[in-house]
Design a protein around this ligand. Structure first.
Ligand SMILES: NC(=O)c1ccc[n+]([C@@H]2O[C@H](COP(=O)([O-])OP(=O)(O)OC[C@H]3O[C@@H](n4cnc5c(N)ncnc54)[C@H](OP(=O)(O)O)[C@@H]3O)[C@@H](O)[C@H]2O)c1
Length: 230
């Protein structure tokens, strides 16, 4: 398959790109920083801002499926990256007859999802980080989900919980709507998306994905995601 990967240069997108190439797919890595994507057999790099319909159109042309793991930082102001990129990507897919779309969203986009972690996570990190600092980001994720649900495409909204880095794919869990767990390894998120591309269990549905067999250290997580990534 020839797969367009949006956010290919980000931490999850790099896993998707690597795993897809390893599985024998061709990948069009879509990024605003093409110089930072090392060349590999089967890989084409496309320069595009995902909110620019013309650039997205060119990147999607000739592909069989689109996977998106793009994301942006928390901001007090209104965020539009998710919804604007969803409009550009789904518009291009419709024009080019590309049907299959898997987009990373978040368990927070499920209004009924509540964390089932340790006290500190449930009562400090989730209200502060997810609900307060991440409020405008998650509002735009919900707009993105609504825009995608309104299309005729074969979409899957992929909802991880708190992302962390782990080098290997584990025996992750998926579930319809959202999954019971507070963490998702990026390698597992990527693997679940490529698996779903083949399996088609969650077409026109949301798919939760969580990692339970390994856990990140909370201190490392705050450092990596909140401080180092800025
Ligand atoms: N952190 C968590 O705990 C958590 C939990 C649930 C869900 N999520 C979501 O999971 C997704 C993946 O997260 P991540 O940490 O792996 O990646 P990320 O750091 O959020 O960003 C991924 C990439 O998106 C690309 N991007 C941003 N705006 C773009 C634009 N306008 N056009 C093209 N590319 C753009 C950037 O690549 P370039 O600069 O190379 O273009 C960036 O490297 C995000 O949507 C995030 O919100 C995160």
């Amino acid at each position: 398959m020839r797969i367009a990967v949006f956010g290919a240069n980000g931490p999850t997108g790099r896993h998707i790109t690597h795993q897809a190439l390893t599985a024998g797919h061709d990948v069009v890595a879509v990024t605003r920083r093409p110089g930072s994507v090392p060349a590999r057999p089967g890989l084409t790099v496309a320069l595009a801002d995902a909110t620019d319909p013309a650039a997205v159109d060119a990147a999607v042309d000739g592909t069989d499926a689109v996977l998106s793991a793009l994301g942006t930082r928390f901001d007090k102001g209104k965020i539009t990256t998710y919804s604007a990129s969803a409009m550009a990507i789904t518009g291009a897919m419709t024009r080019h007859g590309v049907k299959r779309l898997l987009v990373v969203s978040s368990s927070i986009a499920d209004p009924d999802w509540r964390p089932s972690g340790a006290h500190f996570f449930n009562h400090v990190l989730d209200p502060l980080v997810n609900r307060r600092l991440g409020r405008t980001l998650h509002e735009d994720m919900r707009r993105m989900e609504r825009a995608i649900r309104g299309t005729d495409l074969d979409w899957t909204l992929v909802r991880p919980s708190g992302l962390f880095d782990h080098p290997h794919v584990t025996d992750y869990t998926t579930a319809e709507t959202s999954a019971d767990g507070v963490f998702t390894a990026r390698a597992d998120l990527a693997a679940s998306m490529l698996h779903e591309l083949e399996e088609e269990r969650y077409v026109r549905k949301a798919m939760g994905v969580v990692t339970t067999s390994v856990k990140p250290s909370i201190v490392k997580l705050i450092w990596n995601e909140g401080v180092r990534k800025k």
